[in-house]
Write a protein that binds this ligand. Structure first.
Ligand SMILES: Cc1cc2nc3c(=O)[nH]c(=O)nc-3n(C[C@H](O)[C@H](O)[C@H](O)COP(=O)(O)OP(=O)(O)OC[C@H]3O[C@@H](n4cnc5c(N)ncnc54)[C@H](O)[C@@H]3O)c2cc1C
Length: 362
């Protein structure tokens, strides 16, 4: 059996563990210093900006396309295997467009998607008003609607992936921080995973460690860094939200998502806050208020919604490399980085797992 140690049980590590557990030749251990879904994944909104994203070709589009394809089968498969029901919004995403120039860009994108068999609909303001009566259409030029993009609860999905992996034989070690990974005799492969109380051996080491990546690879001579970008979001309740019967999609405007969940509740987010040299990464309350105000400018009745709570999370953003980073670490033959998913880790987790498995099987 080939021993694979996956470090990090967020959405990325747990997706890799689950998909790899389909191959009988691997003996898999999934390790995390904390519990699953307590890192970046636990803060995410779970919106898949896939077909509606402006990526048309290259790696960015390929990863999106293969993730979207896998998600269609993955969710029912996981629900059946684990008995966990994974909440999702399958009404698609409506992205508000604020100028005729933007309308033109998305008209062209809709044509490009249509050539590949994907649907994007361009809505003039009166159509938008009919489908989304809460939008103040005087402030927009129109909208683009993507019926096949969706939103999913990332925490529950993460837990289902871990349960599914474990049911298929993956050994899970949670509450165990990896202190160091080490090569033997200075060779360019890594065989030892040092935990506080024990050392594990491995044929392959997968680092799905997001913001923990830089610390772990320093001792292997790498100065690649993954930096935090903070996001704040709100849980709000809006008892008089108007929507069409059986149609309550995610609405996106000016990079803000309004995600209907249940019981007239919504997630609203998220801010994008970069660390500066002077400040530690502390949530800036003014930015959260600004986010709420911006949303009110196109969804005016949000003014009367009650704020139930707010939360923050840190997105893992790679420095000097495009996101996400899925590659071997430097000259090491058996260490794979699966990290730095920044704003799209929930969407890109299945494609990441596919790429990592391809590298191992090669
Ligand atoms: C507010 C917010 C909103 C977001 N919205 C979306 C969205 O709508 N759609 C989307 O696709 N993405 C979204 N994201 C981004 C998404 O959350 C991340 O890209 C994704 O969660 C990254 O997953 P991960 O598994 O790499 O990281 P994580 O979930 O952070 O998991 C990494 C794990 O590694 C463990 N670890 C690290 N170092 C060690 C070590 N030395 N030993 C043991 N364990 C270790 C950590 O404990 C952690 O559990 C959002 C993020 C935020 C903050």
């Amino acid at each position: 059996m080939t021993k694979v140690v996956i470090i990090g049980s967020g959405i990325v590590g747990s997706s890799i563990a689950y998909e790899l557990s389909n191959y009988p030749q691997f003996d898999i251990i999934l390790i995390d210093a904390n519990n699953p879904a307590t890192g970046s994944t636990g803060a995410a909104l779970g919106v898949f900006m896939g077909i509606i994203s402006r990526k048309k070709r290259g790696r960015g589009w390929r990863l999106r396309e293969s993730s979207l394809r896998r998600y269609i089968t993955l969710i029912p498969e996981l629900e059946k295997l684990t008995g966990i029901s994974i909440p999702s919004n399958n009404d698609g995403i409506v992205k508000l467009l604020f100028s005729s120039e933007e309308m033109g860009i998305y008209e062209k994108l809709a044509q490009a998607r249509s050539r590949k068999g994907y649907e994007l609909n361009i809505w003039q303001p009166q159509v938008l008003k009919d489908y989304c009566p809460e939008v103040d259409t005087s402030s927009v030029a129109g909208a683009v609607y993507s019926p096949n993009d969706k939103q999913i609860n990332p925490t529950i999905l993460n837990k289902a992936l871990v349960k599914g992996a474990s049911l298929r034989g993956v050994q899970c070690l949670f509450g165990e921080k990896v202190e160091k990974i080490a090569s033997i005799n200075n060779r360019q492969d890594c065989r030892e995973i040092h935990l506080k109380t024990k050392t594990l051996s491995a044929d392959w080491v997968i680092l799905a460690t997001a913001l923990g990546t830089s610390d772990l690879i320093k001792s292997l001579g790498s100065n690649f860094t993954v930096n935090p970008v903070l996001g704040q979001a709100l849980l709000i309740q809006h008892k008089n939200w108007k929507h069409k019967v059986d149609f309550n999609p995610v609405i996106n405007g000016n990079d803000i998502h309004l995600v209907p969940i249940q019981n007239n509740e919504f997630w609203l987010g998220a801010t994008v806050e970069f660390p500066t040299e002077e400040t530690l990464l502390m949530p800036d309350e003014a930015l959260l208020i600004k986010l709420h105000q911006k949303a009110i400018s196109f969804l005016p009745s949000l003014e009367n919604a009650s704020i139930i709570m707010s939360w923050t999370g840190k997105r893992p953003r790679p420095e000097g490399k495009p996101s996400p980073v899925i590659e071997k670490l430097g000259d090491y033959s058996n260490i794979i980085l699966a990290t730095g998913h920044y704003r799209n880790g929930i969407l890109l987790a299945p494609a990441t797992a596919e790429s990592v498995i391809e590298m191992i099987l090669q």
